[in-house]
Design a protein around this ligand. Sequence first.
Ligand code: NDP
Length: 429
Amino acid sequence: TSANPDQPEFLQAIDEMAQSIGDWYGKQKDFRKSRIFQRLAEPDRVISFRVCWRDDKGVLQHNRGWRVQFSHILGPYKGGLRFAPSVTESILKFLGYEQIFKNALTGLPMGGAKGGSNFDPKGKSPAEIERFCQSFMTELSRHIGPDIDVPAGDIGVGQREISLLYGHYLRLSNTWHGALTGKGCNFGGSAVRTEATGYGCVYFCCEMLSHNDMEIEGKRIAISGSGNVALHAAEKAIDMDATVLSVSDSDAVLEFKDGLTKKDLGKVKTLKGKGGRLSDLSIGKFHKGKKPWNLECDIAMPCATQNELDEDAAKTLVEAGVSAVCEGANMPLTAKASEIFRRKGILHAPGKAANAGGVAVSGLEQSQNAMRQSWSAEKVDQELRDIMKKIHGEIVSADAGKKQLSYVDGANLAAFKRVAHAFHSFGSF
Ligand code: NDP
């Protein structure tokens, strides 16, 4: 804590890990002696740089860009890029730290990283976004490569931005290789990468429900967000005959009492693809300034951003009889909200497990690029299902023997053990 007093999100992530693994770690004499936990909480490096770009009026603007290369113990650095005004070094360090363990859970050879900028893409013209992406990549290109660090998208960085970033990377490097994932399928991208995080979250949710003698069919799901993760989670949940009660953005919730239909989901997707706001739509019931956590639901699926579901929201959900919480976003629950679900024995799938489908398919994209192959959507989707099932199995066995299974502890334990054993073998690394 004393080393990072002004980085609350990063400390929150470290604290959650410490709580989950504390009992086990306390018995690992060698690991404690070589300070594995403390050393793992120290990123390999934090690259911070100025991004200068010209707006449409010809005025020079500047933002801060970062790449937190947290750990490459298990493979090349891997993790998304986020463009949002709220981005800080603390947020990128928490995301990079989580990414190490999420990637470890996939079983694929990937290290952990995260990056981005406090640039706000909202309200910017396509030309401004292009100039920003090119300037950002001018610096980032020095630090990435298929065997070094392979960034992907995140909030504010979708396929359009990845394409612009990758195009500029090709110009600068004059080499074709998969130094980014989430690319268009016609230039090296993998089928199902766009859908993978949301689909994977629903696949994980199904595994968790079935392990606990429930099924997703007929369940009422409150989803937050209306971005990549939220809309693909909604799509897969509808396919599986669940009732999707809501989507949201940072201004409002759109509620669908009888369930979001595929037709209305299509309208949301088209609108969001053009950068519109949910308030522009005339479907569902619009609740300005609200979050979806006061809807009576069986499953809460937070898919927007960190700390979006707090203690009060958790109490409301518990009172309304929620059975499961499945995190599409990274660390969407405050520590207190998480504690309430733990105390009440509510099934709670943490993001590092439930949203690992995106990075898993990114890993498959890296493999396809390295082999110069392009797999079918069916094959990738099947691999994704298998990976989510495997992650579920590992979590269950990691937390086995406890009176009550905790998916949070199980995920943290399974992932930490894998990384820590490798780290320990490297000596003074
Ligand atoms: P998008 O940018 O596509 O969508 C983000 C959504 O969250 C938007 O609807 C946005 O609304 C909403 N949102 C953002 N900030 C806030 C806020 N402060 N309060 C309420 N709503 C907010 O991002 P993604 O869908 O890609 O990412 C969502 C989450 O999933 C993030 O936590 C990300 O780290 C995580 N994730 C994403 C992966 C991926 O493959 N994309 C992989 C694994 C995790 P608005 O338009 O109003 O800003």
